[in-house]
Each structure stands twice: as C-alpha cells, then as structure tokens.
Ligand binder design. Structure first.
Ligand SMILES: Nc1ncnc2c1ncn2[C@@H]1O[C@H](COP(=O)(O)OP(=O)(O)OP(=O)(O)O)[C@@H](O)[C@H]1O
Ligand SMILES: [Mg+2]
Length: 368
C-alpha cells in the first residue's frame, strides 16, 4: 500500500523482505531478500536508499544504530524504534511524560505477579514486551493459579513480561498522527476500533465520541508523538474507560487502524508517511465522506477461493476491496474492505458484508 502511494509521487521503493511471497515483495520493483535484522541485507538496502523506513517493528535496534552512525537516514530513528518494539519501554516513556497508561508492573516471579493481582484485582493482563501482535502475546489471567504456568512458559521462551491491570474498556479508539522531523504534525480523525479476542475486526470513522473526548484524544496522540519523537505515521491505540483515556500501545508506521484513509481521507496514511519521512508538506487528513468503515478480511476456518468470491463482494455498492496476496490460512489477515457513506451504520453494514463474503463466514452480528 506504501508502494501504491509512492508511484504518483515519483518515489522509487525497494523493499527488504524475508520471503519473495511477502505482500510488499509481490508489488515492489526491487526486492532485497534477507532477514530484517541481517547486517548484510541491511547494508545492501542502505546502499540503495536515501531514506529507510519500516512497516513492522521486528528489527534489530543495534543494527539500526550502526546504520545511523554510518550516516544513513532512518525515519523513524533507531531510538524511536527501540520504544516502538517494546511495550514495556512504551509504558515507561509515557508514564515519565505524565501520560495516562494502565497500572502495570514488570514481573520475573510468581510472587510479584500475585501481589500485583492482590493490589489491583483479578483478572490481570500479562503481555509479552516484544513480538506480540493481533492478540498473540496477550493473556488475561483470571486468577493466581494461571500465573505460574504462564511465567514458566515465558521464562522458557526468554520472553519479558509486562503485567497490567485489567481495564474495564468502554470503547477502543485509535488516533493516527503524521509527523515530520521538524515536529510539524497532522492528526487524522479519531476512529473506533472494534476488537474481538484481541484482534481488530473493524475500524469506524469518526469514532462516536463527544467533542471533549475527541479533542482530548487528539491532544493525547500529539503528546505521544512528541514523547517518542516519531517521524512518519504514528498510530496510538487508546482505551476509553470510565469516561477517561488511557494509552494502550503505539505503532510507529502505517497501521491497520488507518487503512480506511486510502479512500476515506483526502491524503492516505501511506502518502502522509512518505511525505513526513521526506520532510515534504503534509496533506489534508480530512474525511472525504461523513463516515468511513473498514472491515478486515480475516480468513475463516474453511479457506475461501478469494478470486472466485471477489465478484460477489464487488457487487456490493461502493465497497473498496484490498487483497494482500496472502494465502488464506485460518485467522490470517488477508485484506480489508472500506465503504464510505453518509451514515456509519450503512457504511459498516456494507463493509462487513463484503468482508464476510471473502472470509466465508456469516457477517458478524453488529452489536453497537
Ligand atoms: N489492560 C488491559 N485491560 C483490558 N483489555 C486489554 C488490556 N490490554 C489489552 N487488552 C485487550 O487486548 C487487545 C490486544 O492488546 P494489545 O493491543 O496490547 O496487543 P497486540 O496483540 O499488540 O495488538 P494488535 O492487534 O494491535 O497488534 C486490546 O486491543 C484490548 O482489547
Ligand atoms: Mg493493539
């Protein structure tokens, strides 16, 4: 999707990909094959690039620092990526900046975890500091008994654990910020993210919040952008709880919560990411319609022939289908659908229906 945004701006993109089947490798004119933390592959990428940026966080910060020291432009910087790839570092950074995060601690032993549960109540939420995504690496522990097994497994796998208070979430929202190296920023409309089992299923823009909470969410996202000194797109995932806001986690790259912006905003997150890392003027983040809804295509238990199902999805009025060229293994995010409209209920119904055709599931019941 970044390549699509780069073409009309005359930007040539080369991608470092672990496999020729990676979505980006399938559409990028120049592909360097190698691991994201392999010094040799990174050197080849650096030699061919004016600016290096990221579409995931699984990178070796030591290697990034080495490239930076050699004069390579990295946006976001190695220091920002070090925070982005570690949920523990994020909490430390935000708490130090006075920004609201769930009560949390870092545990190495079961006694500490149980003491935290006693103090804040059960359940508690344990998270792998690094490497989690789509709810993998997040465990809700209902009571002290569940703690020992998880700690043993984490210790065996060498995973650092963060433990958070279980937050009674009213809504999950996200705010995207495009920020240049000089601090100039543009904030996207606040969106609601609909999560099931720790996985984002839908994104609704704008989020149905009052003016005060919307303004507070925008201010919070800008403060987070400053705290991590990001260049490029930043996504801030936020919990609305008891009428207040709490930062859950961040991503310092184009993010699933901003995919709606391809059709739903004057300038997509992908284009503004490129503009931001190149120090170019940022484009308008205004909505192109009163409402935009995005539904992820999460492959169902019985894989669907995507090409075969596509005509039925495209027959639904006004839906924009994006397939990522991924084999539809159960649970895998293989694409998304966006629909615009005057009314969020109508846009959502169409996006969800088209995504359901492509996942082979009945459309999930829309509850709110
Ligand atoms: N402290 C908490 N209290 C209650 N629910 C939580 C808490 N932390 C996380 N969750 C739930 O679990 C989901 C996944 O958590 P988190 O965003 O930390 O994990 P992730 O796997 O990195 O997510 P992503 O899907 O964004 O990659 C959240 O969106 C939220 O629904
Ligand atoms: Mg998340």
């Amino acid at each position: 999707m970044t390549v699509q945004a780069a073409i009309p701006l005359g930007i040539t993109v080369q991608v470092l990909a672990a496999s020729p089947d990676d979505s980006a490798a399938l559409v990028c004119p120049t592909v360097i094959l190698g691991p994201p933390d392999g010094p040799e592959a990174l050197d080849r990428l650096a030699a061919a690039s004016d600016v290096i940026t990221f579409d995931h966080e699984l990178v070796d910060v030591g290697q990034l620092r080495r490239l930076e020291a050699a004069g390579q432009a990295l946006h976001p910087s190695a220091a920002t990526m070090a925070v982005a790839q570690d949920k523990g570092e994020q909490h430390r950074r935000f708490a130090a900046a006075g920004l609201p995060v769930p009560a949390h601690t870092f545990v190495s032993g079961v006694a500490e975890l149980i003491a935290f549960g006693k103090r804040h109540g059960w359940p508690v939420v344990a998270k792998a500091c690094r490497g989690g995504y789509d709810g993998r690496g997040v465990w809700v522990l209902p009571e002290p008994h569940a703690a020992q097994q998880l700690l043993d497994r984490a210790a065996a796998a060498g995973i650092g654990l963060l433990v958070e208070r279980w937050v009674p979430i009213e809504r999950e929202i996200a705010v995207l910020v495009a920020r240049r190296g000089d601090g100039t920023s543009a904030v996207y409309p606040v969106v609601e993210t609909v999560q099931r089992d720790g996985i984002c299923h839908e994104v609704l823009a704008p989020a149905p919040l009052g003016a005060d909470l919307t303004a507070a969410a925008r201010r919070l996202a800008l403060a987070v952008a400053e705290a991590v000194d990001v260049t490029g797109i930043l996504a801030v995932e936020i919990f609305v709880t008891e009428g207040t806001l709490m930062v859950n986690e961040i991503a310092t790259r184009p993010h699933n919560s901003g995919h709606f912006s391809i059709e739903g905003c004057v300038t997509s997150q992908f284009e503004n990411h490129l503009r931001a890392i190149l120090g170019w003027p940022l484009g308008s983040t205004a909505l192109t319609a009163p409402a935009a809804a995005m539904a992820n295509i999460l492959a169902g238990p019985n894989p669907v022939d995507l090409a075969g199902a596509l005509p039925e999805a495209l027959a639904i009025e006004g839906v924009h289908v994006h397939l990522y060229g991924k084999a539809p293994r159960p649970g895998r995010k293989v694409g998304h659908v966006t629909a615009l409209g005057d009314d969020i209920g109508d846009a959502r119904e169409r996006a969800v229906r088209a995504a359901a055709v492509l996942t082979g599931r009945a459309p999930a019941h829309i509850t709110s």
